[in-house]
Design a protein around this ligand. Structure first.
Ligand code: MCN
Ligand code: CUN
Length: 784
């Protein structure tokens, strides 16, 4: 019997009863509370900071400024991409909402009140808000803290073969070009970020509770930043109320809480409010893209050429290795069989929040998929060809896998045409096109049909691809089967809602012939779990999940030796059948894991050199990424009078290889599709020309609800990953990556009678209405 399959999530027993433990639920004896003073300006010199009135507040225990931190050499901290970020500003502020001072007080209210008592004199400076102006001669220099920095340029990076690509473009029968913006958005998890720091002056041990997706990486970075030895740091990531990439990085508030605890000798809690989360923590996207496609007149795509201007905000905090500053944008060639491709990405500083870490994105795969899928639709219009037919003609064929892309990435497995065909069949594509034609002929209501086909790249990461901080990208797993046959698995990744306590138990159960209910999954505590880089880029199943399967197989092999002693047979004569070790050809002799475990712990005489007990440790180095993929079809109705878009239907066929728990996989896809609809239709972090943040609350930063979402129609194909021990690929970000293009393609398709070829996200009613009037606008700047 398979342990894979639909089963309710074990963790839901506590979540639905309100019995989860989140960071804000951690309350320690004598705990103090911190609050952050933030900059009202996007760019301003700090003339002076007077903290005396705040310090005189009867409940205030400490006021920490950049100067205090400079004394501890903590005013600046390294970012994940080799830049530095101010923990608390000393010289000047560089984005609205930047951290300027930290107050520690007896309670949360007093800490907030005392912020008002801090007197900061600012000298406002002109701000750079528009990335396209960032490299102008006369643009104010944002990072004058960097030695000799005289402009806002961060990096130039390119991939692919420029000469070969240009040559194809020169003699191409058809070329199309399109500018497009993937606007700045924010993951906006329900639980904001925060930390409880407890530094024990006697033992020298620092314990930090914070909702981090990567507890071990945080511990290592705290050790590097604060100079506290790593074995004296314990990071506990309790239950997390959603991460979506927002909780990968380290924020200044975390460091402040730690320093607050060190200087006061008491535990310090700091929790952001909603506006702080939206204004200062990692944004995502902000890619200004120019894409071109070269093709033959009969619709054979030959090459893609791309130029990107990447807005990284005031500090380059993108969780992307310096070697690949545009992350996984490499996969901009999408799911198609191209002869050549080339992209150039230029990164710039602007007076906006740093980060760019992530939002269910696989580190720029989202932007890449959006770009190529929009371009293919633009080409379809140019060729007057059906976009489904155009895709079918160019998709990679099953026989081409493993496939090396023009930028050198090896897609592990796929049957793309089958997946697209299934999505089209489920949607009733031909009927939909007929309905659309009828409506157009009758001048009836606008409807559009949008397709996207995506290839994701998840499971960071193989050494051949990545080089982050020299840490390596392998993840550990430890498994112990106790005498009564119940097991405890310890893994380095951390769940923010993905259900690891269930699916990882299912993996162990499947390998050992146990019930998932008999496997406890421990994660999120660096003192209790092996090292690994955590949960992001949908890497848990590809990496930690693989480690889990491998460690279980090690235990199974140990169990074979124990069983052989029990059965007085040689290990080679045993076979694993139906979850038991049995003498080959004699299933009745089978010993279950529980029987074997009891024997292994009870002095059974084992062969020379074989230790007792049933446990094992494994470190898994992934040989490659996994490449899940999918085909999405979106149907929209658009009201030309109001510009309102209604998503009528959404068909999503995902292939993530073997599914451990199809119910959880579908839940992941539902969430990602909602995200995609939100980004396509409403989510936007806009700024005015002074750099004022125009999306600092849920009144202005709109999230999708059930009202905007149709009843999702899901389908699946299963193409196992050939290199993953259980054939699984990651899926956590697939739908967010793949769906925005389907929605935008559908809306643009609906507007085709108006001659519209492209419109930037978000497709708000105002944006759609103005686009129909032939007056599209810059969605990254203030909304008209
Ligand atoms: N799964 C499965 N079979 C597969 C693949 C996955 O059963 N073939 C299951 C996994 O075992 C896991 C879940 O699906 O329980 C997601 O697995 P995976 O694709 O490995 O992704 P991760 O667990 O690494 O989760 C990270 C991913 C990312 S990067 C973001 S961002 C995101 C996402 O997951 N954030 C989320 N999904 C989220 N879901 C919730 N509820 N909350 C978030 O913050
Ligand atoms: Cu790109 S968001 Mo997830 O990788 O944590």
């Amino acid at each position: 019997m398979s342990a894979y399959g639909r089963m309710h999530r074990k963790e839901d027993a506590r979540f639905i009863r309100g019995r989860g433990t989140y960071t804000d639920d951690v309350n320690l004896p004598g705990m103090l509370h911190g609050a952050v003073l933030r900059s009202p300006h996007a760019h301003a010199a700090i003339v002076s900071i007077d903290t005396s009135a705040a310090e005189a507040h009867p409940k205030v225990k400490a006021v920490i400024t950049g100067e205090t931190l400079a004394g501890l050499r903590l005013a600046w901290m390294p970012t994940l991409s080799g830049d530095t970020q101010a923990v608390l500003a000393t010289d000047k502020v560089r984005f609205q909402g930047q951290e300027v001072a930290f107050v520690v007080a007896e309670d949360r209210y007093a800490a907030r009140d005392a912020l008002e008592l801090i007197d900061v004199e600012y000298e406002p400076l002109p701000a750079v808000v528009d990335a396209r102006r960032a490299l102008d001669e006369d643009a104010p220099v944002i990072r004058d803290d960097l030695d000799g920095k005289a402009d806002n340029h961060i990096f130039d990076w390119q991939a692919g073969d420029k000469a070969a690509t240009d040559a194809i473009f020169e003699r191409a029968q058809v070329t199309v070009a399109q500018d497009m913006l993937y606007p700045r958005v924010h993951p906006a998890p329900l639980e904001t970020c925060g930390a409880v720091a407890d530094f024990d002056r006697v033992t020298g041990k620092l314990t930090v509770w914070c909702p981090t997706q990567a507890p071990h990486a945080h511990r290592t970075l705290y050790a590097m930043v604060a100079g506290i030895p790593e074995h004296k740091i314990r990071v506990i990531s309790p239950d997390i109320g959603g991460g979506f990439g927002n909780k990968v990085g380290i924020y200044p508030g975390y460091v402040c809480a730690i320093v607050g605890s060190i200087v006061t000798g008491r535990p310090v809690k700091w929790m952001e409010d909603r506006s702080e989360n939206l204004m200062s923590t990692s944004f995502a996207r902000d890619y200004h893209m120019h894409g071109e496609i070269a093709a033959t007149r009969d619709g054979r795509i030959q090459a893609i050429r791309v130029k990107v201007l990447a807005d990284h905000g005031a500090f380059n905090g993108t969780a992307q290795p310096t070697k690949y500053p545009a992350g996984f944008f490499h996969v901009f060639t999408g799911s198609y069989d191209l002869a050549a491709a080339h992209c150039e990405v230029t990164g710039v500083y602007t007076n906006k929040a740093p980060g760019g870490v992530a939002y269910a994105c696989s580190f720029r795969v989202t932007e890449a998929v959006y770009l190529v899928e929009r371009l293919v639709d633009v080409l379809a219009v140019e060729l007057d060809m059906d976009p489904a037919e155009l895709r079918m003609r160019n998709l990679l064929k099953p026989g081409q896998f493993p496939y090396t892309s023009p930028t050198g990435w090896e897609y592990d497995s796929g049957d793309y045409p089958r997946t697209l065909r299934l999505a089209l069949d489920m949607a009733g594509y031909d009927k939909l096109r007929a309905e659309q034609a009828d409506r157009r002929a009758a001048g009836g209501p606008l409807m559009g049909i949008g397709i996207s086909f995506f290839t994701e790249a998840v499971g960071a990461g193989p050494r051949k691809h990545m080089d982050i901080l020299g840490l390596g990208m392998a993840d550990g797993a430890e498994l112990r089967v106790h005498p009564t046959g119940k097991a405890v698995l310890r893994v380095s990744c951390q769940s923010q809602g993905q259900g690891h306590e269930t699916t990882f138990a299912q993996i162990v159960a499947q390998e050992l012939g146990m019930s998932p209910g008999d496997v406890e999954v421990v994660h999120g505590d660096t003192d209790q779990t092996p090292f690994g880089l955590g949960t992001y880029g949908s890497r848990s199943t590809p990496v930690s999940g693989a480690a889990t399967a491998m460690v279980a197989r090690k235990v199974r092999e140990r169990a074979r030796v124990v069983a052989s002693a029990m059965l007085e047979a040689s290990p080679e004569d045993l076979e694993w059948a139906e979850g038991r070790w049995a003498v080959r050809g004699d299933p009745a002799t089978g010993k279950s894991m529980a029987e074997i475990a009891l024997a292994a712990h009870s002095g059974l005489e084992l062969p020379e050199g074989v230790e007792g007990h049933l446990d094992a440790v494994c470190v898994y180095n992934p040989p490659n990424l996994t490449y899940p993929f999918g085909a999405y079809v979106c149907v929209v109705d658009v009201d030309p009078g109001t510009g309102q878009v209604k998503v009528r239907r959404f068909v999503a066929v995902d292939d993530c290889g073997v599914r451990i728990n199809p119910m959880i996989v579908e839940g992941q896809i539902h969430g990602g599709l909602a995200d995609g609809v939100g980004m396509a239709l409403m989510q936007l972090m806009a700024f005015d020309e002074e750099g004022n943040h125009l999306g600092a609350s849920f009144m202005d930063y709109l999230l999708p609800t059930a009202v905007e979402c149709p009843s999702w129609e899901l389908g699946e194909t299963v193409t196992p990953s050939p290199h993953h021990p259980i054939g699984a690929k990651g899926v956590g970000e697939s739908a967010t990556v793949g769906s925005p293009a389907a929605v935008v393609n559908a809306v643009v398709d609906a507007l085709r009678p108006y001659g519209v070829r492209h419109a930037d996200m978000p497709l708000t009613p105002a944006n759609v209405w103005l686009t129909i009037q032939g007056r599209p606008f810059r969605t990254d700047l203030a909304i008209p």
